[in-house]
Design a protein around this ligand. Structure first.
Ligand code: PMP
Ligand code: GLU
Length: 394
């Protein structure tokens, strides 16, 4: 008997977390699974951040925090926005949340009414479409192509807009494609939005520092877009702090107030020790964690090189984040190890069961021809994983 709500029954399980759980399960059965499914840096949180957390425990930071975050943390976020993005925010424009994930979920909940449409350039990060649906909104997928580096063009945006469009929502650098929108490309999208003054932008910049070309640009940096862009960011990726669960937004104060109100009813403030540690993380120069970006850059070159040696993997060249998103439709209709591959899910399952390599099927990102491979793993693991994949496909 299923007495659960329609809301939860209609919600998809997060494909990234499901694949990570499956890989963990196989490992407990003694199988040597290489996990390239989860977007999680394999580094430890840097010592200077851990020390700040230890100090916070010693200093008895153990009470509820302000719902929207400690003032000192919001100040550090303001400093970070100014230093890294030349963006000016004041305290009432900042909200600290339990991960960028909660920040995004808040935004869906506070911005959408039933039937409001949200334009998602596709492929998009797994949780966007379900967060929109959870808030009774309607995801409108705009399919992008490898040829256009998986980026939405101004014309595509224009064509997707209807009187019900409330927001556009994207990540740059993009999870899963690694694409980075340039200033000119964002300007072209902004020019379309000038004709539609009621549409808001959610700009997820959590991979900001994991950018191999440099030159991160935010939609909020255009003065004519500042008042209708919410920048979402967090420390999970750049500072290797996924489990600490701290994310934040900068945006119009009336939206920040609404997110604060939402959190006040569902979670209260984010974890106090993690917040204290993040003050230290954000007040430091990003140079301090550049060694991780340099390592990701080497891994990117390695994986692209190894993939180019396996037939049927057609990929763009990611400029940021730590994923490759190859089109594997070449294998559809083929039978490998007795298994017929009809789609990317079958292919990803084949890699898991036969090569013991965990990836994520592209369906969850809105592209059923691709799989996502995370290279936030050691170079040895990447080499071993790609060699296993090559062997079973040979
Ligand atoms: N946005 C994107 C694009 C992501 O890849 C992730 C993955 N963690 C998040 C948001 C959520 O991050 P957090 O760990 O801060 O909740
Ligand atoms: N964002 C990461 C990923 O895409 C972590 C998993 C998740 O939060 O869904 O793999």
């Amino acid at each position: 008997m299923n007495q659960l709500s329609d809301r939860i029954n209609n919600l998809s399980t997060s494909a990234t977390l499901a694949m990570a759980a499956k890989a963990r399960e196989l490992r407990t059965e003694g199988k040597d699974v290489i996990g390239l499914s989860l977007g999680e840096p394999d580094f430890n949180t840097p010592d200077f951040i851990k020390d700040a957390a230890k100090q916070a425990i010693e200093d008895n930071y153990n009470s509820y925090t302000p719902v929207d975050g400690y003032v000192e943390l919001k100040q550090a976020i303001i400093t970070k926005f100014k230093r890294d993005n030349q963006l000016d925010y004041k305290l009432p424009q900042i909200v600290v949340s339990t991960g960028a994930k909660q920040a995004l979920a808040n935004l869906a909940m506070v911005m959408l009414n039933k039937g409001d449409e949200v334009i998602l350039p596709c492929p998009y990060w797994v949780s966007y479409a379900d967060m929109v649906k959870l808030a009774d909104g309607v995801p409108v997928e705009v399919t992008t192509t490898i040829e256009n580096d998986f980026k939405m063009t101004a014309q595509q945006l224009e064509d997707a807009i209807t009187p019900k469009t409330k927001m556009i929502w994207y990540s740059s650098p993009c999870n899963p494609s690694g694409s980075v929108y340039s200033k000119d490309e964002l300007r072209a999208l902004a020019d379309v939005l000038q004709k539609h003054p009621n549409i808001f932008v959610i700009s997820d910049e959590i991979y900001e520092h994991i950018n191999y070309k440099g030159g991160h640009f935010s939609m909020a940096q255009f003065s004519d877009m500042y008042d209708r862009t919410v920048v979402v960011n967090g420390v999970s990726k750049a500072f290797a702090m996924t489990g600490w669960r701290i994310g934040y937004i900068g945006g119009p104060d009336w939206i920040a107030r609404a997110c604060n109100k939402m959190q006040g009813q569902v979670t209260s403030g984010a974890n106090c020790i993690a917040q204290r540690a993040v003050i230290t993380a954000l007040n430091e120069s990003p140079e301090k964690v550049k060694f991780m970006i340099d390592e990701f850059k080497e891994r990117r070159a390695l994986i692209l090189n190894l993939l180019s040696d396996i037939p049927g993997f057609n990929s763009n060249e990611p400029e940021g984040a730590f994923y490759v998103f190859p089109d594997v439709s070449y294998y559809f209709g083929k039978t490998i190890k007795g298994k017929t591959i009809n789609n990317a899910s079958d292919f990803s399952m084949l890699l898991l069961e036969e090569a013991l390599v965990a990836t994520v099927a592209g369906d969850a990102f809105g592209n059923p021809n691709c799989i996502r491979i995370s290279y936030a793993a050691s170079q040895e693991q990447i080499k071993e994983a790609l060699s296993r994949i090559k062997n079973i496909l040979a």
